[in-house]
Structure formats: structure tokens, C-alpha cells
Design a protein around this ligand. Structure first.
Ligand code: ATP
Ligand code: MG
Length: 369
């Protein structure tokens, strides 16, 4: 998969800009606040229809303008595609692929996929389980439509059950509806656990390799998928999983009624990250945290290639700061396979870059070379 060219019109601080990219590695250099992250944001929008930074379309429109347009020339599965987004200008947002209207934004991700790493991704290591569950969910939804459907169903059931638990004090008759919710949540929960466990297994092995190589063999990263306590084998059969989830719900039935919260189920799953046998969240240094978070993203990229047969494009925003020269060298030299976009502030860090084109960004204008 390759992003050959990008055209931005009134997007963030870009007025009108067309850029032809390097097929292997594009290094995007510039001072602070010139438009480096905005450029990667445009690529994210073209891969899934929305920004990673904001839900507001208004924010994406260049100050003083009425709308924006984005257009990408993409090569994938031996064919060329043109994906296009137009928003604002007093009309409904329009997405087209090769000039044909797309029904949903999800159609964009059949053409362009991105794995994006930015400084906020350090939360993957530092924050609580929700950040890591989100990472699992986003990665799996891209790869497995059945997972995306099960997740949407599970979230719907979870919200409904939470409302029932909240209201059943005033309306005791609602308690009678809980067994049905529990059964359906166990059925869909078992699907989530199955996919998450398999993904976590692959992730563990790819991320361990990436982290070990990046740290020059000095650190060992281990990942462990943690789910509902009664589950003895997350890779076990469906019926076994359902039975074990129901058993856990039963054990927590009174606790759920008294706390009025949904306590049992894979909505509490975690992916435990350890460095040299110690919890990374509590003990990792800044550089180690960055290396570990990056290793998770690089692993997700490998899994994407394994399942879909092509590398997604890799977007690395400000990845080099806080890394020592050895780790920077690894990041730059590992850019060998698949297309990579990397932003940075200081050009002198790039002495070890083997191949690629440098693009300078200055006030929303990009020049190559
Ligand atoms: P840094 O090195 O600090 O990360 P950057 O080059 O990544 O900088 P961007 O995040 O791309 O910077 O932002 C560049 C500029 O775009 C900022 O000054 C920001 O205020 C401006 N900007 C953001 N949204 C809009 C918009 N809708 N219209 C015009 N300018 C905008
Ligand atoms: Mg930036």
C-alpha cells in the first residue's frame, strides 16, 4: 500500500498544497507550528473519514474559509485509487472513491490504512486499561469486521444493562430482565475475548522483537492479555467461554446490584505491559515508555501485513525526541519495508537515514528536497 500524492485545500493551516511523496520514506521537517502534524492528520482523515485529534469538522477548516477538500492518490492491491473528502461549503460531507460516492466513511479504509504513532500514544503505557483496550479495539476493528460488529453489540448491551442497574432501585421489576442481558453479553463477550486473545498473542511476539531490537537487546518486553478471572483459557471454545463468563456474572450479581455498576465482563480487559518482568506503567523511564509504545504500534503494523498481505502506511509524529542515538538509529533504519512518514524538528538527527526524501514545512507550505 502506497500513498503517492496528497492534495489539501483549506485544511487546517494549508491553503492549497499538492505533494508527491517518496514511495519508501518521507521525512517531514519543520519548526514548531508549521503544519507537520496537520499533514499526517490529513492522511488519517483519508484512511477512516475522521481526525484522530477532533470530532469537530469545523476545526479542520482553515480559519476564515467555508470548507475543506482532501484528495489522495493511493496504490493498493496492484491498482490506483483516488480517495476524496469534501466537507463544509454549506453541504453534507461527501466522500468519493474514484469519483463514485462512498456510502460510509468505512469504505475509505478499504483503500488506505494507517498506523499512527504520536506523543499522546505514551498513554498506551502510562494510563489505565482503557487506553490499551482502545488500542486493541481500533486495531481489531480495522482487521476483523466480525469483531467490529460484536464490539458494537456488546457496547449497546453494556450501556443498556448499566441503565437497568442504575434504575432498578426505583423500578425493581427491571431486575427480571437482567438474566437475558447477562446471557447475550456472555455470548458477544466470548467473541471479543476470542479475537483479543489471538491478537494479543501475535502482538506479544512482534512487540517483543521490536522492543528488543530497538533497545539493542538490553530490554525484554512482555505482554499479557488479562480478561475475566473465571476464564481459564481465552483461546478455548466458544461454549466454554460463555459458561465461564456466566459463572463470573453470577458471582458478581449482588455486587452489581448493590454498586449499581456492571462489574463483570470483557469491558474491563487489559493488556499488561512489562519490561524485564516489571510493570511498565509504574517503572518505565521516558525513553523506555516511548520505545514500548512504539513497539506496540510497529507490532500492529506487522499483524496488519500478516492478515491483509500489505503494510499499512506508518505515520510517526515526533517519534525521535527522548530516544537516545541508538534507538533513533533503529527507528530510522527499520523504515525499510512499507511506506513511512516521519516528522521531526531537527534535521541533524537524520544523519543515519539511509533512504528517503526530506520535505520542509514552513507556514503551511511544503517543499521537497
Ligand atoms: P510541532 O512541531 O509543534 O508539533 P507542527 O508543525 O506539527 O508543530 P501543527 O500541529 O501541524 O504543527 O499545526 C500548525 C499550525 O496550524 C498551528 O499553529 C495551528 O494553530 C494551526 N492551525 C490549526 N488548525 C487550524 C485551522 N483550522 N486553520 C488555520 N490554522 C490552523
Ligand atoms: Mg506536531
Amino acid at each position: 500500500m502506497r500513498l503517492d500524492a496528497l492534495c489539501l485545500e483549506n485544511f487546517r493551516n494549508y491553503a492549497l498544497q499538492r505533494i508527491d511523496f517518496d514511495p519508501v520514506c518521507s521525512v517531514i521537517c519543520g519548526e514548531n507550528a508549521q503544519g507537520k502534524t496537520n499533514l499526517l492528520e490529513a492522511m488519517v482523515c483519508l484512511s477512516c473519514g475522521r481526525s484522530h485529534r477532533t470530532r469537530s469538522e469545523r476545526e479542520l477548516i482553515r480559519f476564515g474559509e467555508e470548507g475543506y477538500r482532501l484528495e489522495a492518490s493511493i496504490h493498493t492491491r496492484d491498482r490506483d485509487f483516488l480517495s476524496r473528502i469534501e466537507a463544509g461549503y454549506g453541504r453534507k460531507k461527501r466522500i468519493t472513491i474514484n469519483k463514485a460516492p462512498a456510502r460510509t466513511a468505512a469504505e475509505l479504509s478499504q483503500i488506505l490504512n494507517t498506523v499512527f504513532f504520536c506523543p499522546e500514544d505514551l498513554q498506551l503505557i502510562r494510563d489505565g486499561p482503557a487506553a490499551r483496550r482502545r488500542f486493541l479495539d481500533i486495531s481489531l476493528c480495522q482487521l476483523r469486521p466480525r469483531y467490529a460488529a460484536a464490539l458494537a453489540e456488546y457496547q449497546r448491551l453494556h450501556e443498556h444493562k448499566t441503565r437497568i442497574l442504575r434504575d432498578c432501585g426505583e423500578r425493581p421489576d427491571l431486575v427480571a430482565t437482567l438474566p437475558d442481558f447477562n446471557l447475550r453479553m456472555a455470548e458477544t463477550g466470548a467473541v471479543l475475548i476470542h479475537y483479543r486473545a489471538r491478537f494479543a498473542g501475535l502482538l506479544a511476539s512482534y512487540a517483543a522483537t521490536a522492543h528488543s531490537e530497538c533497545s539493542g537487546g538490553r530490554e525484554e518486553l512482555t505482554l499479557a492479555y488479562q480478561t475475566v478471572k473465571t476464564v481459564t483459557d481465552p483461546l478455548g471454545g466458544h461454549q466454554q467461554l460463555v459458561g465461564q463468563l456466566l459463572a463470573h456474572q453470577e458471582e458478581h450479581c449482588y455486587a452489581e446490584l448493590s454498586s449499581r455498576q456492571c462489574l463483570s465482563g470483557p469491558h474491563k480487559d487489559d493488556l499488561e505491559v512489562q519490561l524485564d518482568g516489571r510493570c511498565a506503567r509504574s517503572y518505565a523511564s521516558q525513553g523506555q515508555t516511548r520505545t514500548a509504545a512504539l513497539s506496540l504500534k510497529l507490532a500492529a503494523r506487522e499483524i496488519h501485513r500478516e492478515i491483509m498481505g500489505e503494510y499499512p502506511i506508518l505515520l510517526l509524529d515526533d517519534v525521535l525526541s527522548e530516544l537516545d542515538p541508538r534507538r533513533q538509529e533503529y527507528v530510522l533504519n527499520r523504515l525499510g519495508s512499507g511506506q513511512v512518514f516521519i516528522t521531526c524538528c531537527e534535521e541533524d538527527r537524520l544523519h543515519s537515514l539511509l533512504k528517503g526524501t526530506v520535505y520542509r514545512v514552513d507556514g503551511g507550505a511544503v517543499t521537497a528536497g
